[in-house]
Ligand binder design. Sequence first.
Ligand code: NAD
Length: 378
Amino acid sequence: MKRSQSRRKFLYDLGLAGISVPLISSGIKCAGDNKLKPQTMIDENKKAGKLGIALLGLGGYAGGQLAPALQQTEHCYLAGIVTGTPSKIPTWQSKYSIPDKNVYNYENLDSIKDNNDIHIVYVVTPNALHKEYVIRAAQAGKHVICEKPMALSVEDCDAMIATVKKAGKLLSIGYRLHFEPYNLEMVRLGTKKIYGGIKKIIAGFGFPLGDPNQWRVKKALSGGGPLQDVGIYCVQGICYTTGLEPITVTAQEGPKTDPEKFKEVEQSLAWQFEMPNGIIAEGKASYSDPLNYLKAEAEKGIFELTSAYNYSGQKGNTPEGPMDLPKVNQQAKQMDAFALSIKNKQSSIVPGELGKRDVKIIAAIYEAMRTGKKIPIK
Ligand code: NAD
């Protein structure tokens, strides 16, 4: 590693430590080890000052990423579950030592207000259901994390933000890449103009979607296709790398090679933002092509992530060589940062307002795609 890079890495590590938290094991036995009874696990975590999280919606992301990440968190832990599928309960309870009293369904969810093991409800359902559950969780007196996209309309985001505020609680969006070193390095290089001003930035995220019956291709549940699901990361990447927000957008739907699977939502799309300072920005999202990049062309060279948005395995280059940064559990960092925001009575690093901004931009991209016109983003 060149000296300048090694210095950057050191400075970066310092910066990361400043905004996040060390993932040092607390030594508390919890999920998987089965050494503590469920209530003892809860009591020990409470004694350690950790905030209890209830995961709401026990699908792929909750089970595959969030629950495992909650075994690595320092300031919060998995205290409860909310599910509409009773058959999932025994496995989750035994795997994560969850007591009966911390298991809820969508009917009795509101009674979670009486449960002082649970401080935060994390909404991980299909997109169209985020609004209802965020509002119910906040009305039950809980802080809330809401998965992306925050909601299907700006009006819904406003209602969610207002309800959480009225309840005196905090709202955070599941934007894990704000806690991921390679993406944070893109932010630093772009916003501090380390290689001069950015002239052009391009972002693409896509993968071949499997199961043709899943909610992701049902418009009423998803709100749209790959733009809602993965294109949102490209919108985010363009904004956080430049530190700017788009002014107008044009967009084009891609070809539908599988019109049966994609009869309700787009299979792919491309869009072009007009950014402040004459920066050109282009995004692509796809449910058929594998895409995973965020590339900035600056006055003094190109810096980019060639593997940008996955849960791990980020890769990047700068004009001085490949990036070499720490590997972290993004979700653990994200949830710990929110727990610390709550403890310190500070707004989330990724608040509801940021989720709403992206919902507004996504709505403009879809309008541009539908009308073929250049749409202002107000
Ligand atoms: P999934 O289909 O695997 O799980 C969805 C869960 O919601 C299931 O447990 C399902 O039973 C439950 N559910 C409740 N009501 C439902 C209904 N009416 N119809 C269908 N399912 C219902 O989906 P997922 O991949 O876990 O995605 C859930 C949310 O998490 C989405 O908003 C998605 O965008 C988000 N997500 C975020 C990331 C990330 O990296 N931040 C990754 C994956 C998913």
